[in-house]
Design a protein around this ligand. Structure first.
Ligand SMILES: Cc1ncc(COP(=O)(O)O)c(C=O)c1O
Length: 386
């Protein structure tokens, strides 16, 4: 088998990489996916390797509509024209930005938030505004004030990028009341919410709360889901739920019109996998158990070995957010920890304006066994003491 050095995985030898946000490849159901590839040919014929339907293959869209209806319970049934298959969150978000945003438009982002979504937005020349959070989610008063400022500047308040469920980097979920408040403010101001929902299936203690999309007026929210965390990131398969008009724009844009659905073969494999009895649920049960044990080990070690640091137990997702004791400097701690063989990401990159997080670090608990996570936190504690 070929070395991994020219794939996306880039673990440095001798370094425990708590900075990488990748799922553990050893937990992916490789045999199940290999079998699903064969079954895709049996079920759907040679069309699985031809150009795909712009909106993505029907069997997968139908399966997703039924599943989302069950796990996310929107009040109204999900209509066939309200969903399309995407190339995962990242490609769909870039396409949305291409279609909906112009340079100079203002995009609001909860702080802290997924740093690489901010990079996608920066590629589009928009003006990013951080909306500070409290324990319930992004502060509604801060969003309202930021919209006012943007209007006073003569700019268009175009979009709110949000991760209401198992946030990266904090693992936190917005409260029900904050979901309703933020929705109301954004909708009244004509600000489209782009809801990043990639961790919905990775709740460890209880089912995920209803998405913003499921409780909003049709047209107020576009929700981006993904199989990256629940099945396999290498498939590059996700989905978008939105109003029919936006789905139409996405499916008729130039890229899709030229290339067809973004990932016909992978989407057909996902369809064959998901349509195979309870295979997908069984895999999720397996993932949740493994990640729950890792989360518990990491949080237990942080509480035991990092006194003075603040951490909330994430109820889902792959990350924990640690605030260092007063005056703590994440960058200095990272340099000292790396010298001891443990790496992680520091907080500032998760703030759209770079104005926060200097005293915080993000630890990913996905890639390592509990014992290794415990050892890693001990090393961070040593680095902190020095
Ligand atoms: C919050 C969040 N959104 C999106 C992504 C990327 O999703 P995808 O693989 O579907 O592009 C990640 C990956 O770490 C993430 O943490």
């Amino acid at each position: 088998m070929r070395e991994l050095s020219d794939t996306q995985m880039s673990q440095r030898p001798g370094m425990i990489e708590l900075g990488l946000g990748h799922p553990d490849p050893t937990l992916i159901d490789a045999d199940g996916l290999r079998a699903a590839a064969g079954r895709a040919f049996e079920l759907f014929g040679r069309e699985v390797i031809n150009y795909g339907f712009n909106r993505g293959p029907g069997p997968l869209r139908d399966w997703l509509r039924a599943r989302l209806q069950r796990i996310d319970a929107p009040a109204a049934p999900i209509e066939p024209d309200a969903i399309m298959i995407s190339g995962g969150f990242s490609y769909a978000f870039d396409q949305l930005a291409t279609l909906l945003l112009k340079p100079g438009d203002v995009v609001f982002a909860q702080a802290p938030t997924y740093h690489l979504a901010l990079r996608i937005l920066r590629d589009h020349g928009v003006s990013l505004r951080a909306i500070p959070s409290d324990a319930d989610g992004p502060r509604a008063d801060a969003l309202a004030a930021a919209i006012e400022v943007c209007r006073a500047e003569g700019r268009r308040p175009a979009m709110l990028y949000a991760i209401p469920t198992f946030n990266n980097p904090t693992g936190a979920c917005w409260s029900a009341s904050r979901r309703a408040e933020v929705l109301e403010i954004a909708d009244a101001a004509g600000v489209l919410i782009a809801e990043d929902d990639v961790y919905r299936e990775l709740g460890f203690d209880a089912p995920a709360p209803p998405s913003l999309w499921s409780i909003a007026r049709l047209g107020a929210v576009v929700r981006l889901g993904s199989f990256s965390k629940s099945l396999a990131a290498g498939l590059r398969v996700g989905w978008v739920t939105a109003d029919a008009a936006l789905i139409k724009r996405l499916e008729l844009n130039g890229v899709t019109d030229s290339g067809g659905g973004p990932n016909q073969f992978a989407a057909m494999i996902a369809a064959a996998y998901c349509m195979n009895g309870d295979a997908y649920d069984a895999q999720l049960t397996h993932l949740r158990a493994a990640y729950r044990a890792r989360r518990d080990a990491l949080i237990g070690a942080v509480r035991a070995h990092l006194p003075g640091c603040a951490v909330e137990t994430p109820a889902g997702g792959l990350f924990a957010w640690i605030t260092l004791p007063l005056g703590g400097d994440g960058e200095a701690l990272r340099a000292r920890s790396e010298a001891l063989g443990v790496s992680f990401l520091t907080g500032a990159r998760f703030f759209a304006d770079g104005q926060g997080g200097a005293d915080a670090i993000r630890l990913c608990f996905a890639l390592y066994q509990p014992e290794i996570l415990t050892d890693a936190v001990r090393q961070i504690a040593t680095a902190l003491r020095s």
